[in-house]
Design a protein around this ligand. Structure first.
Ligand code: MP5
Length: 253
């Protein structure tokens, strides 16, 4: 059995938690309170911003045929930030309106620690699991989201064909890395796959339940300020993943 199929079978209950999450179902059904969706907008913006140094940290250890695709991801993430800015401006949400919530902060630290202390194959496992989880999550929202919903561009971004092609490409590369890994490394990859899916559930849970840190009324975080990336947040952003051709450059495909 392939590495991914084996993990998906073992982790089926966690995949089921992701697909059944109330945040996704309420978003799909149009019943999600605006403020609840705003929590996700603010927190995922911070997450995507942090995913840029995560990907960048993979590049020096990547095989050369991954350089093109990984730098393509960097540019997709930058375009994705513009998508958040344009949507947030449309619904009047300040993307710098809250500091990272516990689950967001923990997930970001996990990404960066993985990229800096684990092998390339282990780090790539986390990349694959996080991207695949978002693809699967937004496929749930796609099934029935009103065509006029302001959240439709997020469905297009993560449930669309371009992103599906990218996730398919990642899965092939991850299988190749797993084949080349010894059994101890494969076990570490499996454990990181599990942890990433758990972080994905925790992130949806945080989005549904609210920002902040467990056990405290007020986390006393300083006001979050910070640069606006997009000088014109009203500008219609380009599709983030359209430039990805999903074929490793420098290699016959
Ligand atoms: C992704 C994301 C997908 N935006 N947020 C979480 C919590 N998990 C996965 O990553 P990307 O880089 O936006 O495609």
């Amino acid at each position: 059995m392939s590495f991914i199929a084996e993990q998906d079978q073992r982790l089926a209950p966690i995949w089921a938690e992701i697909r059944a999450h109330r945040f996704l179902h309420e978003t799909r059904d149009g019943t999600i309170p605006e403020e609840t969706f705003a929590v996700w907008l603010r927190q995922d913006y911070l997450f995507v911003e942090a995913a840029i140094p995560f990907i960048a940290a993979l590049v020096p250890r990547a095989p050369t045929h991954h350089w093109g695709p990984l730098t393509g991801v960097l540019s997709a993430l930058e375009k994705e930030l513009h998508l958040f800015e344009e949507r947030a401006a449309r619904v009047g949400v300040n993307l710098r309106g809250a500091p990272p919530a516990f689950a967001c902060h923990a997930y970001i630290q996990f990404l960066l620690a993985t990229a800096h202390t684990r092998s390339y194959a282990e780090s790539y496992t986390v990349l694959y699991a996080a991207e695949r989880a978002y693809h699967e999550s937004w496929l749930v929202v796609q099934e029935g989201l009103d065509a006029d919903s302001p959240w439709q561009p997020f469905v297009e971004n993560w449930a669309g064909e371009e992103f599906a092609g990218y996730v398919g490409y990642l899965s092939g590369e991850l299988e190749a890395l797993a084949e080349g890994a010894g059994s101890a490394e494969r076990e570490r990859m499996a454990e990181l796959y599990r942890l990433t899916l758990l972080y994905e559930v925790a992130f949806w849970e945080m989005a549904a339940a609210g920002e902040g840190w467990p056990g405290v009324e007020n986390d006393l975080a300083p006001d979050s300020g910070g640069p606006a990336w997009n000088p014109d947040p009203e500008a219609r952003p380009e599709s983030a993943w359209s430039h990805m051709d999903h074929a490793p450059r420098g290699k016959e495909s």
